[in-house]
Write a protein that binds this ligand. Structure first.
Ligand code: B3K
Ligand code: ZN
Length: 898
């Protein structure tokens, strides 16, 4: 980890293989902050010692945009030199005190990394490499120290002063200033440091853990937002109780704090004892937040809390191991949300939602220029690797381990992992080894080296399956072949360990007993078959007729499954499978197949009837089925997204994809009008508001019914449903119903949308998160004749728009470029030109946000002409800028190399 740019100033890649332990350890850090927005003074007193395992080297401390005033070694002025951004000191004793005094300018910190000001409040963000923007330090996760932090500031302007751990002391200072001194009882890497100072109020709750220990939980927000903290607090309480109950992991601090800020690059941050959150994942009341917001808050509060063990107590040795904490913690938050569900149907809904994210975001990433293994081999800017691969695919890897060792076995593995590595910075290998060691007789232990290919090989494996029924032998053979396409830097791949959950159905839908060749008895339900070879066969016996295979139940491995199902087989699975995931999957396959056929058809006429009658009938049956939950119905009736459809094609004409999917939407809306009406009537009243899965599922289905009814009305010219929808919008008792009604009007392009949007803005002009929704809905609306780009340009001129606020930038720019393909991919290339201007504009303000936006054209090389050349030109335009950040530079150069 030396200089990060070469002699020409080009960023240099950091390689996993180059890992070397640090030359020095930092045992204690004593920080004193004099907080001032324009010039904050930071006095950093550390105790260091040489690492005896490493040959003698100078001390190299990382820094970024700091003003250095003083360096003392053991109290004496020290000789040091600067090498690029590093402060280098030679000839140091084996152990010494180091004092560094610097200043920085939080108010000018638009990158939102390090110490910054948001709405007159100080916040920090240090992961991954932000601490070096606060003081010179060994800013790497394997350097873990004990922290004492003193904050000093004007008492009137910054009455609340927070940092990690326990409050040791507070008091008055001269000139209207005050101080607070915090001590963190656990050692930690610098990326987990945090401070907050400002005018905040807290919701507080005391809880007693199972082990009898009392804790104070606090959720800090701005004064006007206290009425929106109840759900976050409930989620936090549930998280504390769940981690203790499921994994035996207790809260280890007297006090646990969450603080919300409206200026934040990502969702939230797990700083030890002082989680800092984007307001989007804290603030909710029924008037301002949707059911989806409530559910996201629960997941993110859980996620950050679970990091307290998986991330904070045991952290990453280096940033290549990021999925060690992120994949595991996503898995934990997914399990948490599932465990909070009242029944199996709600659990399945959560699983389907998680898989949908994986397939619409991670699969494209794995197939594109930014593809990287769950444990990457190199990076230029680590911020670019907080990806769906590290998070969601990483979670699937952990989930497969649980499948291979069983739920109890996995809990044993987690216990061993924390026993072995508490207080240490470790690797993905260490984690996998612990899970295997706790389950020595498991398939995981037996196959561990091969299983770990999931960490080292990028790309989504394809699993091709074929079925053969032998009537004479009464046997059914499933032949599996697995392969994985090349990804940047990895031309060939070895076979993966694939746990495949499967079952068999009779043609009439009955579940069949499962008896493999050589077994004396059959079992019922689902089997896990562990595939390890490039090709292998599984034989089932005692079958009177050809069965319908239900493969990859619950999505037991993150692969693309190819099986040449007939429509009849898919309809059987959709109607009957005992696995709700594969029921949903069967419906998706049917819709996808129709979409792909229609896209391939040369005549535009095919667009009108893309979906066949059997599919429409099946959807009608699902909608009308009294045994199914509304949430599940809503998922089944949701067509595959344009992004997901595009992934199935070799060459993508985004406008053709859009046209075909719009035609499918129109067909579903018109063919099922009576059923939508019935679904709306049956689900429109969900009583007193509660965000539980059952009632939120009903609201989701009612909302979907309105979207369809408004769409059908636009086609038929009917005005009744748009009128009813406007009334619903006006009368709604919660944001979910109100927003769904607004969405129905906007997405059908109805004339009533304009007054509804105006009213919505007027009602919520002081609620930033709701105004984000208002922007996002418009920028993400279905394009009609190229009307969205001009609208987006108008929205950027709206007085409420600010490109410096990441949530607001995302609500307009990302909603258009990343979430609205039909509007963004314009034959005249103007969407791409506009994108390149915004990437360049954002890069000067906030490189992390810019680099995310830069990824909107990841899949450019798959586009049909004229899109492909125009997209390439737009990326090249960004790449040619001489002053690009490392973040954006890495994304666009990788894209152009595709
Ligand atoms: N660990 C943080 C993400 C930090 C992102 C830095 N660019 C949030 C989380 O995953 O919980
Ligand atoms: Zn995380």
């Amino acid at each position: 980890m030396l200089l990060q740019r070469d002699a020409q100033g080009q960023p240099i890649a950091i390689r996993r293989d180059d890992y070397a332990a640090p030359a020095y350890w930092i045992d204690t850090v004593d920080l004193t902050f004099d907080l001032d927005p324009a010039k904050t003074r930071v006095l950093n007193r550390m105790r260091l010692r040489r690492n005896p395992d490493v040959p003698t080297q100078p001390l190299r401390l990382d820094g970024d945009e700091l003003n250095l005033a003083r360096v003392l070694v053991d109290g004496q002025g020290a000789t040091f030199r600067m090498e690029a951004d590093q402060l280098v000191i030679d000839a140091l004793p084996d152990a010494f005190d180091l004092e560094i005094f610097t200043t920085c300018c939080p108010v000018k910190n638009t990158k939102l990394m390090g110490l910054f000001v948001s709405e007159d409040t100080f916040f920090t963000q240090c992961e991954a490499e932000g601490f070096r923007r606060i003081t010179y330090f060994l800013d790497r996760p394997d350097v873990m120290a004990m922290y004492t932090v003193t904050l000093r500031a004007s008492k009137a302007a910054y009455p609340v002063l927070l940092s990690n751990g326990n409050l040791l002391e507070q008091g008055e200072l001269p000139d209207g200033r005050h101080f607070a001194k915090w001590v963190d009882p656990f050692k930690k890497p610098a990326y987990l440091f945090a401070l907050v100072a400002g005018k905040l109020v807290a919701r507080e709750q005391r809880i007693t853990a199972r082990n009898g220990k009392a804790h104070l939980l606090q959720v800090y927000v701005r004064a006007g937002d206290l009425d929106k903290t109840e759900h976050a607090m409930n989620s936090l309480v549930n998280s504390v109780l769940w981690d203790e109950a499921r994994f035996g992991l207790p809260l280890d601090l007297d006090r646990f704090m969450i603080v919300a800020t409206s200026d934040f690059n990502m969702g939230a941050m797990e700083n030890k004892g002082l989680n800092i959150f984007n307001t989007k994942y804290v603030l909710a009341n029924q008037a301002t937040a949707t059911d989806a917001d409530y559910s996201n808050i629960e997941s993110v509060v859980g996620h950050e809390y679970f990091h307290n063990w998986s991330g904070d107590r045991v952290t990453c040795r280096d940033w290549f191991q990021l999925s060690l904490k992120e994949g595991l913690t996503v898995f934990r938050d997914q399990e948490f949300s599932q465990d909070l569900c009242a029944d199996a149907s709600a659990r399945a809904v959560k699983r389907i939602e998680d898989v949908r994210v994986l397939r619409t975001a991670q699969f494209p990433e794995d197939a594109g220029p930014m593809a990287h293994p769950v444990r990457p081999d190199s990076y230029i800017e680590i911020s670019n690797f907080y990806t769906v691969t590290i998070y969601e695919k990483g979670s699937e890897v952990v989930r497969m381990m649980q499948t291979l060792v069983g739920r109890k076995g996995f809990e044993r593995g987690i216990t061993l992992y924390f026993e072995r590595f508490d207080g240490q910075a470790v690797t993905c290998d260490d984690f996998a080894q612990a899970i295997a060691d706790a389950n020595p007789d498991s398939d995981l232990a037996r196959l561990l080296p091969q299983f770990k290919r999931w960490y080292s090989q990028a790309g989504t494996p394809r699993l091709a399956a074929q079925g053969h029924y032998d009537a004479a032998a009464r046997s059914y053979t499933l032949s599996f072949t697995q392969s994985c396409p090349p990804t940047p830097g990895q031309a060939t791949k070895e076979p993966f360990v694939l746990p495949v959950n499967l079952g068999l159905l009779a043609a009439d839908g009955r579940a069949l007993p499962l008896q493999r060749e050589g077994e004396s008895e059959a079992t019922s339900g689902t089997r896990t078959v562990v595939l390890t070879e490039a090709s292998e066969q599984i034989v089932f016996v005692n079958l009177d007729a050809e069965p319908v295979p239900s493969i990859l139940r619950g999505f037991s491995a993150p692969v693309i499954l190819d099986f040449d199902y007939s429509d009849a087989q898919l309809l059987t699975l959709l109607a009957n499978d005992i696995d709700p995931f594969n029921r949903w999957e069967a419906g998706q396959r049917l819709a996808l197949r129709s979409a792909v056929h229609a896209i391939a058809a040369t005549s535009g006429a095919a667009d009108a009837s893309v979906l066949n009658d059997a599919y429409l009938e099946a959807m009608r049956s699902v909608l009308r089925d009294p045994a199914l939950d509304a949430a599940f119905k809503e998922l089944v009736l949701t067509l595959p997204s344009e992004t997901y459809i595009s992934e199935q094609l070799d060459v993508v004409d985004p406008q053709r994809v859009h046209t075909v999917r719009e035609a499918m939407r129109a067909q579903l809306a018109t063919a099922l009008v009576a059923d939508w009406e019935q679904a709306y009537e049956a689900n429109q009243d969900t009583g007193a508001y509660s965000p539980d899965p059952l009632s939120s599922g009903r609201r989701a289905l009612a909302g979907m019914a309105l979207v369809n009814l408004c769409l059908a009305a636009r086609i038929s010219g009917d005005t009744v449903w748009p009128g009813k929808t406007l009334q619903r919008f006006k009368d709604a008792g919660n944001m979910t119903d109100r927003f769904n009604a607004l969405h129905a009007l906007v997405s059908s392009g109805h004339a009533l949308a304009a007054p509804a949007l105006a009213r919505f803005h007027a009602l919520f002009k002081n609620e930033a998160l709701v105004i984000d929704k208002w922007f996002s809905l418009q920028a993400g609306a279905a394009d009609r004749g190229g009307d969205i780009l001009p609208l987006v340009k108008q929205l950027m001129k709206h007085p409420d728009f600010s490109i410096k606020n990441p949530n607001r930038a995302r609500s307009v720019i990302f909603s258009y470029c990343s979430a609205n393909p039909g509007a963004f991919h314009r034959p005249d290339a103007s969407g791409y030109v506009w994108w390149s201007d915004r990437v360049i504009e954002l890069d000067a303000i906030n490189p992390q946000v810019a680099a995310r936006l830069a990824r909107a054209l990841d899949r450019w090389s798959k586009l049909a002409e004229p899109y492909r050349s125009a997209a390439q030109e737009a990326i090249a335009r960004v790449a040619s800028r001489p002053d690009l950040s490392k973040d954006t530079h890495e994304v666009v150069t990788r894209a152009l190399a595709a």
